[in-house]
Ligand binder design. Structure first.
Ligand SMILES: Cc1ncc(COP(=O)(O)O)c(C=O)c1O
Length: 449
């Protein structure tokens, strides 16, 4: 078997709607390395789309999976209670408390299998808790591919001809400072966007009918856009004023990716509910909804759940992942990887005016391509050429952003410095080559948005 044959078989049997971001194959993976079916070693800067913060196949996680698999694979948590589910909920509540510090307001947790499922359940809980229906979300958002997840997701390409979508979902522009800052200071921009939020109560949807506002503190698929500090503070106040549940979607940004367990911890703003998945299970399907006990308990028995929620093997994998993350100090690694990537990207930006922005938190660092340094003229072509060129040199990368003009790094955080620096050198060399090979007029075209 070789990669070409495998990809041809894929094309014949798997529908094209299941997207292919890269033509790489895998026979095994460890740390930050993927070995393809021909035996080539690929440097993985994608981490299964942000799932392997603790690396591919961390030995204690593999062992925990094996041990649990020998005991029982599935009994359904709705039917038979098992300890790994409870232990994982306890651990998550301890790591990420949502109650008011110093009060009896405690934290409760439900486990699910995927990110989309976490989002679905978070909305159902918020609606039951407020007895309201409307949900406010943002442009650039990605919340999954289930019907509610897709409705909340912004990018049209992800939902083409998939409607009708869920009703009572309203959208505001994400406070994207790089694209829409227009020379304002961050603070003035944030106040401007908060004014828009308040006005939305008159011209978009009445806040008295809103059950929840859902936001990614650092947008993932949207291109690693970080919400401004005072916007998040104002959003919290707005929710408190109107009895709205504030949901932070931490599915891509959680578990060390930004140098903290959750990206919201950078801002000192607490959500009522948060959603988690991806790196929690090191690849085993597991997600979580964490929330204030009073809100979480508002969901009536039987209205949330599912056959596979908190599968015992996935719970064992998640518990071992969290323990391993503590052991290797995942948050320190997140900051360390982020420092290396940011410094490399900034060096590239100094050489090329097609790199409009280098941004992010911790290791959630992105590089945005635009024409002639103009934030409103996205350059998808350079970005896509770079992804392809790096792939040919065995560095796996994926793009992000509504306009596919952002390179994002989601490498395992256990990546060795030497491997990461090698990947950065390859990106740098390939970008030099692409920029030098492209006549500048064709790089300066491109529509303004
Ligand atoms: C922020 C965010 N929310 C939700 C999801 C959906 O998660 P899943 O693909 O596990 O359903 C994703 C996946 O990329 C995500 O990045």
């Amino acid at each position: 078997m070789n990669s070409k044959d495998l990809l041809e078989r894929r094309m014949r049997i798997v529908p094209q709607g299941v997207g292919v971001f890269n033509t790489a194959t895998v026979q095994r993976a460890h740390g930050a390395t993927i070995v393809d079916v021909e035996g080539n070693e690929l440097i993985d800067l994608v981490g299964g789309i942000g799932v392997t913060n603790a690396g591919h196949c961390p030995p204690p996680v593999v062992k925990a999976i094996q041990d649990q698999a020998e005991k029982f694979l599935h009994t359904s948590f709705n039917v038979v209670t098992y300890e790994p589910y409870i232990a994982l909920c306890e651990k998550l509540a301890e790591l990420l408390p949502h109650g008011e510090p110093g009060t009896t307001d405690t934290t409760k947790v439900m486990l699910v299998s995927t990110g989309a499922e976490a989002v679905e359940n978070a909305i159902k809980i918020a609606r039951q808790s407020t007895k309201r229906q409307a949900v406010l979300c943002y442009t650039g958002a990605f919340h999954g591919r289930s019907m509610m997840g897709m409705t909340l997701t912004s990018k049209v390409d992800y939902k083409l001809n998939c409607g009708p979508f869920a009703p009572e979902v309203y959208r505001l522009p994400f406070p994207n400072y790089y694209r829409y800052g227009d020379g304002m200071t961050m603070e003035i921009f944030a106040q401007h966007e908060l004014k828009r939020l308040r006005e939305s109560g008159r011209n978009v949807v009445s806040p008295e009918t809103i059950a929840a506002i859902i936001i990614e503190v650092v947008q993932g698929e949207g291109g690693f856009n970080v919400a401004p500090q005072s916007y998040l503070e104002g959003l919290r106040d707005f929710c408190d004023e109107h009895g709205i549940i504030l949901i932070f979607d931490e599915i891509q940004s959680g578990f060390g990716r930004t140098g903290k367990w959750g990206s919201y911890e950078h801002f000192g703003v607490l959500p009522d509910i948060s959603t988690w998945a991806k790196s929690l299970g090191s690849g085993m399907p597991i997600g979580a909804v964490i929330g204030r006990a009073e809100v979480m308990d508002a969901a009536a028995p039987g209205t949330i759940g599912g056959t596979y929620i908190g599968n015992p093997v996935s719970c064992a994998a998640a518990l071992a992942t969290l323990e391993y993350m503590h052991e290797i100090d995942i948050n320190r690694l997140g900051n360390h990887v982020g420092d290396i990537v940011r410094a490399s990207f900034l060096r590239m930006q100094r050489k090329h005016d097609c790199i409009g922005d280098v941004r992010g938190l911790g290791a959630m660092i992105a590089l945005e391509f635009v024409h002639e340094g103009d934030p409103r003229r996205p350059d998808a072509s350079t970005c896509q050429q770079l992804v392809t060129a790096c792939s040919e040199r065995n560095v796996l990368l994926i793009s992000a952003g509504t306009h596919k003009n952002v390179i994002r790094v989601l490498s395992p955080l256990v990546i060795e410095d030497e491997l990461l620096l090698k990947a950065m050198t390859i990106i740098d060399e390939e970008l030099d080559r692409i920029v030098n090979a492209t006549p500048s007029p064709s790089r300066t075209t491109g529509e303004s948005i």
